[in-house]
Design a protein around this ligand. Structure first.
Ligand code: HEM
Length: 536
């Protein structure tokens, strides 16, 4: 209690300290639109006050801010006193994410990463995650690990995904037999968890057998921020705050959850190296990737603009990594891959239940493919699953309406004059690409609230700016796991939709709202539907 009281007092001091730092007129002086200031952190409801109040999700705020300002190309707000640019225009997004990438290699503010580095051991693990790494260290890590997600490597991993689809279908079959509605978020959470656990760590997380498996409970805890979690972050940003927390043995990040995964990952890596056993899963591929003599593999699936723009011209200096970087990289696969994929699958299935005509069209496509499957278990191979355009369109439309990350951040690492303006961003200023604004702009996507996969036909995409879709980010710092995620989601949905139909019931919400306590875009309500077995 006393501890919390001291933190409360420090936060009040910090509030006034931050207020003094805010350069209130920065955007006004540059004639850049900005939302009305909101108590207490200036006009920046994204982090700070709103995260603490937990009233609206970041995606909702990003969307409503851009709507209120009439979808400008860009607008400004403030983050802890520093001007932050919000980009709502695809061409400007391309400028930042690709053309001027040199100025925007980093995702998080240097000050924040410095807070994590050199502090509590748990915070050092988080500072070494690919999502957080900076500059050359990030380039080295990214270039070293990119080859583990090539089409060739994914083909080798597909058998593990097939095993988990068997468990998923068994579980869906039980739901069909009871005829009761069940929560899609829970079902696909288990699927995603078990897929990552087996592909990345060689662990059977047994989520379908045991609802409360320790692995699952800990993985879920990574994504849920209590007020105390937010308070620690705010506290750490204040002068002396980190030292205060560390003095009491408290890291800024979640301690028990981090240590749980750290132990699993380190144990697996040690075991593999000692016993020289191989599964060809992500852990093995990571160990391979770090061997100096591994020749770079040519990836034939990278002709599209997305992949071209993602190319990172960087010569890896040394592949030798310390233990923390290795474990942190494995941990990020779980952190970045679990909830994102689970939510995408759950929301897709919800939309299919709500739109029976779309589900029917997808079913027809799947049934055509089923006729070509040769193995008796009915598992599509890599090429078969990739040859289903409508399934791909459906997933992309889900991510348009509900991108897992509605705001994609970059930090300016050298001064940058925004093209066509007199706005000079200084080193350390943040830039947020407002994917929610771009995805909901009626001039780009007419009738944006409507779920309509036809927006992602080849022709429709060719008629739009390529950066009008930001579901997986763009440029050299885009989502490294995109192909893994799409493969997993397609296999899971294929396996279920072939035999069962998602049906909305009275328990199915008309619309879902987003959970403000999750930094990812996740429905707050349960997504209840029932399944009916199809007559084959
Ligand atoms: C549907 C599922 C997924 C979605 C929607 C998604 C989306 C994203 C987005 C929007 C970013 C930021 C990109 C940017 O800043 O330009 C990102 C980064 C990242 N994602 Fe994913 N992701 C998904 C699944 C996965 C999976 C399965 C993995 C790992 C196997 C993964 C690993 C990562 C990593 C490591 C980064 C940081 C990359 C870097 O900083 O270099 N993601 N993801």
């Amino acid at each position: 209690m006393i501890f919390e009281l001291i933190i409360g007092v420090l936060c009040i001091i910090g509030y006034f300290y931050i207020r003094l730092k805010i350069k209130w007129n920065f955007w006004k002086d540059h004639n850049v639109p900005f939302p009305q200031p909101e108590f207490p952190f200036g006009s920046t409801p994204m982090f700070g006050w709103n995260s603490f109040k937990q009233e609206a999700s970041m995606n909702d705020l990003a969307k409503t801010q851009a709507m209120a300002l009439g979808f400008p190309k860009f607008y400004g707000n403030y983050i802890f006193g520093a001007p932050n640019l919000m980009i709502c225009d695809p061409e400007m997004a391309k400028q930042i994410m690709v053309k001027d990438f040199d100025h925007f290699v980093n995702r998080q503010a240097e000050d924040f990463i410095k807070l994590l580095e050199g502090g509590h051991f748990v915070d050092q693990v988080w500072a070494n995650q690919m999502t957080a790494l900076q500059g050359d260290k990030w380039k080295n890590t990214r270039a070293t690990f990119t080859p583990i997600f090539t089409a060739g490597k994914l083909k080798g991993m597909i058998k593990f995904m097939h095993e988990v689809t068997n468990d998923l279908v068994k579980s869906v079959d039980q739901e069909a037999k009871t005829g009761k509605a069940f929560d899609l978020k829970e079902k696909f959470g288990k699927f995603s968890m078990d897929t990552i656990a087996t592909c990345a760590f060689g662990v059977n997380a047994k989520s379908f057998e045991d609802d409360k498996s320790t692995f699952a409970m800990n993985a879920r805890a990574v994504f849920r921020n209590s007020r105390w979690d937010v308070l620690r972050i705010i506290m750490a940003l204040l002068p002396g705050g980190k030292e205060f927390l560390n003095f009491f043995g408290s890291p800024i990040n979640k301690k028990h959850v981090t240590l749980f995964f750290y132990d699993i990952i380190r144990g697996t890596i040690e075991h593999r190296m000692k016993t020289k056993t191989r599964r060809n899963d992500l852990v093995d591929l990571m160990i391979d990737a770090m061997k100096a003599d591994t020749p770079p593999e040519e990836d034939k699936d990278t002709e599209g603009q997305f992949d071209q723009d993602a190319k990172l011209n960087h010569k890896v200096v040394s592949k030798q990594m310390d233990e923390i970087t290795m474990v942190a990289t494995a941990l990020v696969i779980l952190v970045a891959g679990y909830d994102t994929t689970a939510q995408t699958m759950a929301i897709t299935s919800y939309f299919l239940a709500r739109n029976p005509d779309i589900q029917e069209k997808l079913y027809q496509e799947i049934m055509e493919c089923v006729g070509e499957i040769k193995n008796e278990k009915g598992h599509p191979d890599y090429n078969q699953i990739q040859s289903l355009p409508y399934l791909d369109m459906v997933l992309h439309e889900t991510l348009r309406i509900n991108p897992a990350l509605g705001i994609i951040t970059r930090v300016c690492s050298k001064d940058y004059l925004i093209p066509g303006t007199d706005v000079l961003l200084k080193k350390g200023n943040e830039v947020h690409i407002n994917a929610m604004a771009i995805h909901n702009n009626p001039n780009i996507y007419p009738d944006p609230e409507k779920y309509d996969p036809e927006r992602f036909t080849k022709e429709a995409k060719a008629n739009r700016h390529p950066y009008a879709f930001l579901g997986f980010g763009q440029g050299p710092r885009n989502c490294i796991g995109m192909r893994f995620a799409l493969l997993e989601a397609k296999l899971g949905l294929f396996a279920v939709l072939w035999k069962y139909k998602f049906v909305a019931t009275t328990e199915t919400v008309e619309e879902f709202t987003l959970d403000p306590s999750s930094f990812l875009s996740a429905p707050k309500e349960a997504l209840f539907v029932k399944v009916e077995e199809r007559q084959q």
